[in-house]
Design a protein around this ligand. Sequence first.
Ligand SMILES: O=C(O)c1cc(=O)[nH]c(=O)n1[C@@H]1O[C@H](COP(=O)(O)O)[C@@H](O)[C@H]1O
Length: 277
Amino acid sequence: MTLAPFGARLHHALETRGRLCVGIDPHASLLAAWGLGDDVAGLERFSRTVVEALAGEVAVLKPQAAFFERFGSRGIAVLEQTVAEAREAGALVLMDAKRGDIGSTMAAYAETFLSPAGPLFSDALTVSPYLGFGSLQPALDLARANGAGVFALALTSNPEGAEVQRAVAAGGESVAQGVLRRLAAENEGAEPLGSFGAVVGATLTEAGVDLEINGPLLAPGVGAQGATAADLPRVFGDAVRHVVPSVSRDVLKHGPSVAALRAASARFVEEISAVVK
Ligand SMILES: O=C(O)c1cc(=O)[nH]c(=O)n1[C@@H]1O[C@H](COP(=O)(O)O)[C@@H](O)[C@H]1O
């Protein structure tokens, strides 16, 4: 089955389900708080509960691969199952694996996450452009061919990111602005929204870059990292209409109650809809 372009699928999901991405980040501390063991059985129960609670409700679920990989092959099996079940229930799955490497290796990462033949096929993948934006080409090409998307790190939510991302490259453009410019070129002409997004932290005091990339702007940092929905218009300006706020711990801490997880995510959707029209 050929999928419609990711940007169009995301646009539809945000319109119908509300503007929110919830991260599936099974921290050891959350497993303990949910009364689960810090083991594969705990991981599986945690992930299944989040999928049961939210995959039929929120636009995007974002499993953070590291929390599955730390259990080795059995953790990856849980990740495969999580992706499949979440997609089956109607959520778009954004695999948060932040991959980035020389082009020939990037092609293998792209095969892993962006080829429908693979067991980890996801609707989109986070990638790091810091081996040079051009090194991402195999992922961009495979995503485009398969109706998937890519989110490249532009201005991350952590304070350490600025030393690299705000650095001014030859020609006077910041490194982050260069990433955004290349994403805009990939999205040129796409309607209603391009498939190539940027990650821009909601925790920034100001963006200070041109965010008009005709693509989605994933905004982690809402909740546990201190940003709120009310910060979004200040950080994103007019481009706030393309923002996809992402929350992990501040939703997940309400589990294991399915009803409480749903209520928490619904509260975020409501708060966000009050500031992003
Ligand atoms: O790509 C990401 O999702 C990401 C980028 C970024 O700049 N900052 C950031 O926090 N993230 C991820 O977003 C999630 C944030 O989790 P919470 O702070 O618990 O909401 C984690 O999975 C991070 O790895």
